[in-house]
Design a protein around this ligand. Structure first.
Ligand code: HEC
Length: 349
């Protein structure tokens, strides 16, 4: 079989568009994942719980290429997460696996990594000093929070003893399987895109008879199957941030229904709120505007415009009865964007 150049393998001829650069943003696919060992961006992760093992690395002195000498000053670590493996399966899913923590760090849709800082800027022609980590690009729906969620016989992986990363293999469906030793257990993790929008299916197996559970107060999962030595869960959204390499925020001039609908899809509301009365992680938008709302600990009230905006901007202010506190991420938007979303919610009757 002929070996295809990267741009052909990805289904698009980037050679016609010039060089393969960050502008081209080529994506992988389920059949042909794009796998990158890299430094990855770090959108506000909890350093103590999520990245506890990263500080155990050996400190090295900074080396000067000009003088050929090592400085006695402590090195300033660069931003981002070393030892990450970033995988893209097309627009539907990208994720970062942290080989040091043995853990899924984040999952997002729409894009992959913007490598501009890493490869250099076309216009400027150089890398960006010590800030050369790639940037996450797209809509982040999951990020690691709190203690390691996978438990073996009731104990978090982080408490099992020394973690040893063995490497990854590509299985018959062409996707990576990450292998570890954790204390006396051997572990395999297989992330996949999940059913529906903004979900990830994670399979954990030990090859033994251990009881495996996913246990995190910050993240909900849907258990698909559980048997001795094997767990399959669908990880649900616990974040909602859009990252774009074109950091300019385009100011909108007026609130509109069209903008509201666009935000509903692009901001990930669609992953948790239906418009037709269907059940999901959050209440349906159908019949919401103007209705009587009851909360877990606040006084009941009518869903007027101010309430709807408050619910988007600061969801933990009031938690709707029957739903989980802290599941909906807070959204910091422009005032006219909140208003556009309100217009959209009002059309869901
Ligand atoms: C990760 C899932 C999730 C995402 C994403 C999400 N929400 Fe929510 N939302 C919830 C949950 C759960 C509740 C109910 C608990 C609460 O009140 O915080 C809720 C409550 C609400 C409410 C109050 C509903 C009521 O019945 O009174 C509004 C309005 C709302 N969300 C709008 C939005 C909008 C607009 C977006 C996108 C910009 C969004 N949500 C994104 C999960 C989500």
């Amino acid at each position: 079989m002929a070996i295809l150049p990267l741009w052909n393998a990805l289904g698009e001829d980037y050679s016609k568009k010039g060089y393969l650069t960050f502008n081209a943003k080529p994506l992988g696919s389920e059949e042909r994942p794009l796998i990158l060992r890299t430094y990855c961006p770090e959108p506000k992760l909890d350093r103590n719980h999520v990245l506890g093992n990263h500080s155990r690395g050996t400190k090295v002195a900074r080396y000067s290429a000009r003088s050929g000498k090592e400085s006695d000053k402590a090195i300033s670590p660069i931003n981002g997460i070393p030892a990450a493996i970033a995988v893209n399966l097309g627009k539907k899913l990208s994720y970062v696996w942290d080989t040091t923590e043995c853990r899924l760090l984040y999952a997002w849709t729409d894009g992959f990594l913007d490598m501009k800082n890493y490869w250099g800027n076309q216009a400027g022609g150089r890398r960006k000093g010590f800030g050369y980590v790639p940037e996450l690009y797209g809509f982040l729906f999951y990020k690691a929070q709190g203690k390691h969620p996978i438990h073996i016989n009731g104990k978090s992986i982080a408490e099992l003893g020394a973690l040893k990363y063995l490497g990854y293999e590509i299985d018959e469906s062409k996707q990576p399987v990450f292998s570890y030793l954790a204390g006396k257990h051997s572990l395999e993790f297989t992330p996949r895109s999940g059913p529906g929008k903004q979900t990830l299916k994670l399979t954990v197996s030990t090859g033994g008879k251990e009881m495996i559970t996913f246990n995190s107060p910050k993240t909900q999962v849907k258990e698909m199957s559980s048997e001795p030595g094997k767990l399959v869960v669908v990880v649900r959204p616990n974040a909602g941030d859009r990252y774009s390499s074109d950091r300019k925020v385009v100011a909108i001039k007026e609130a509109s229904l069209a903008k509201g609908e666009e935000l509903y899809n692009s901001m990930g509301c669609v992953a948790c709120h239906t418009t037709d009365g269907g059940l999901n992680h959050g209440p349906t938008f159908k019949g919401l505007a103007g209705s009587h709302r009851e909360f877990i600990s606040a006084k009941a009230q009518k869903a007027d415009d101010a309430y709807l905006i408050e619910s988007i901007q600061n969801p933990s202010a009031k938690t709707v009865k029957g739903y989980l506190l802290g599941m909906m991420p807070p959204y910091q938007l422009q005032p006219l964007e909140y208003e556009s979303l309100v217009l959209f919610i009002k059309t869901c009757k």
